[in-house]
Design a protein around this ligand. Sequence first.
Ligand SMILES: C[S@@+](CC[C@H](N)C(=O)[O-])C[C@H]1O[C@@H](n2cnc3c(N)ncnc32)[C@H](O)[C@@H]1O
Length: 261
Amino acid sequence: MPTHQESLREGQSNGSGRNINFTEETTKVSPLVLARRYASRALINHPLLNLNESTTVIDFGCGTGALSHAIAAYAGSIIGIDVSTSKIEKYNQTATDQGLDPSEMKGIVCDILTENFYFKADIVVSAMTFHHLPDMRSTVSALTRALLPNGLIAVVDLQYDERISAVFANAKKLKKEINHASNCACVVHHVGGIKPAELEDAFERAGFVDIDLQQAAFTVKTLIPERLARESGLQKDDLLNNSTSTVWIELPFLVAVARKP
Ligand SMILES: C[S@@+](CC[C@H](N)C(=O)[O-])C[C@H]1O[C@@H](n2cnc3c(N)ncnc32)[C@H](O)[C@@H]1O
């Protein structure tokens, strides 16, 4: 019996010729690791983004640079911004270790809500960061200023689901590692993910147009303790299989792209 099960399902087009629906389940790496991998893939393959060697990119909430590194080969230059000094130090160290010049990849500590940010890019990408934002509207509004005219914003994050939210809330109580906030200094303001309508509203209020929001663009399956599932109110139909001590659940991720006029 393999410890790492992969069931990659590709090919379910959403009608726009896109092909980014895939699902993977794992017992070996955390769901966040898989989600990052798929977030990168979703953005690299996204037809509206059309990443190429002349594209300038800002990676908002870049962390230590997982997304930036994945898309570096497809873009001209990347600036990572994050509020965490230690993460930006690691971001820049990794870029240097990879032989990248700061003109190709550079991380900057900045809170775009309170500090001036002078760089402008063709695309702002952001993966797994929006669920940390206390004020999504203001942040999206600030991010429009970091975009050139006709620039695109692309957000990937866990999509809110009431039952999954209950799992995360209970996981925190039970101190289970499914909730990465338990080992991360940042606050999770959107427990269980972000609501598509809230993100769409933030885009619209900031003046973005041509909003393309794919719900459950990809999913990641993960094992959780059976007790946690039961205490979160998950019913038999919500569970992907059953065993005595653990059950599979499926986490949905959204991919949203919009254009600044
Ligand atoms: C879950 S990590 C994701 C990091 C990275 N995007 C990735 O996928 O590996 C969330 C990141 O968002 C950053 N963050 C949280 N609030 C932020 C804000 N207001 N502005 C910039 N970064 C923020 C955190 O410091 C953290 O590095």
